[in-house]
Ligand binder design. Structure first.
Ligand code: 3PG
Length: 395
């Protein structure tokens, strides 16, 4: 359970698969969350006397190396996070990688170039995985957020070296296991987001595992529509009504209580400050757009979620990027945060938009755990085995 093999990494070259796939703006890292959360693994290994070699993908390059997708772009942010100058290797395999690693002393850290500059990475090519493995003595996977990809640096390489989970990977797995595998009950899920079509598997899995499922965002409109409610001009995937009904049936059979919005904040245009009013869920009106859950829904969820011992959250409840349609998400996130702080509630959230929505609500520090993962968190909520995690478990 320790980094490396029994924690003895002194003098060893340790390959750490990180997820440095961070957002950029004007050539600079615009959100360092993933880097900050990875840093403890790197500094721990370095302090223990390992030579630390960091591997990661960055973006989705399709035609080999290019400046935009070079990991050089995150080198300064990584150096700042680990408190030492990180060296750089122009390639992640072969002579350039070996030379860069040779230039680093034990206790030092070197970042290698984007693994996706080689097409073999995404093909999980065994020969390429072996080339990576040749670079070090041990493999540490700290990229939970890339663990849904069966790639050479996330899955293949684990077969050729002693392998362990890094600190961030450990924290993610521990939080997620507590939240869904062995939760304290009752357990509730709060799921929002625009479309039900992107979350069918997730909803199907959750209704079998949780005691309550609260739905918000555009996808709630599709559920209401499937029950015969007129949702007016609201976002709604009408062709998904059958799937929504099937999820409702599964929920019923599994004794999962489905909580749909009872009112909405409705406007006629989708822009900041648009004239709006709160109406009952069945009174949206032909030209009305439901853009947020209303105050009665917040009260209803407050009451329903009161007894929950565990809450898993994915997706915003309304169009939170545009005020005032952030109010519902802010209020429900606020009450989950408050109950977590009072004790007795474990709250775990994750997924791309979710972190932004909770940060916007100012509560991201107050949840028990917020995952650094987007797609991997969703696949985990879908109940899928993540290849990167499975490879470590096999070891
Ligand atoms: C992410 O940002 O969610 C991960 O790094 C995975 O990136 P990908 O979707 O390009 O594989």
């Amino acid at each position: 359970d320790d980094l490396g093999v029994n924690g003895d990494v002194s003098g060893k070259t340790v390959l750490v698969r990180a997820d440095l796939n961070v957002p950029m703006q004007d050539g600079k890292v615009s959100d360092t969350t993933r880097i900050d959360r990875l840093a403890p693994t790197l500094t721990e290994l370095a302090k223990k006397g390992a030579k630390v070699v960091v591997l990661s993908h960055f973006g989705r390059p399709k035609n080999g190396p290019d400046a935009k997708n070079s990991l050089r772009n995150v080198l300064d942010a990584l150096s700042a996070a680990v408190g030492q100058t990180v060296a750089f290797g122009e390639d992640c395999v072969g002579d350039k990688a070996k030379a860069a690693i040779a230039g680093v002393q034990p206790g030092g850290i070197v970042l290698l170039e984007n693994t996706r500059f080689h097409a073999e990475e995404e093909k999980n090519d065994p020969a390429f995985a072996k080339q990576i493995a040749e670079l070090g003595d041990l493999y540490v996977n700290d990229a939970f957020s890339a663990a849904h990809r069966a790639h050479a640096s996330t899955e293949g390489v684990a077969q050729y070296l002693p392998a362990a989970a890094g600190r961030l990977m450990q924290a993610e797995l521990e939080a997620l296991t507590k939240a869904l595998e062995k939760p304290e009950r009752p357990v509730a899920a709060v799921v929002g987001g625009a479309k039900i079509s992107t979350k069918l598997d997730l909803l199907g899995n959750l209704v079998r595992k949780v005691d309550m499922l609260a739905l918000g965002g555009g996808m709630a409109n599709t559920f209401l529509y499937a029950q015969g409610v007129d949702v007016g001009a609201s976002l709604c995937e009408k062709d998904m009504a059958d799937q929504a009904r099937a999820i409702m049936e599964t929920a019923k059979a599994a004794n999962c209580e489905l909580l749909l919005p009872v009112d909405f904040i409705v406007a006629k245009e989708f822009k900041a400050g648009a004239a709006n009013r709160a109406v009952a869920a069945n009174a949206i009106g032909a030209d009305g757009m439901a853009l947020d859950v209303g105050p009665k829904t917040v009260e209803f969820l407050d009451l329903k979620l009161q007894g929950a011992k565990t809450i898993v959250w994915n997706g915003p409840l309304g169009a939170f990027e545009i005020q005032p349609f952030d109010a519902g998400t802010n209020a429900v996130a606020g009450l989950v945060a408050e109950r977590t702080a009072e004790g007795g509630l474990l709250s775990v959230a994750g997924g791309g938009d979710t972190v932004a929505a909770l940060a916007h609500a100012g509560v991201e520090e107050k949840f028990t755990y917020i995952s650094a993962a987007g797609g991997a968190f969703l696949e985990w909520l879908e109940g899928k085995d993540l290849p990167g995690v499975a490879a470590l478990k096999k070891k």
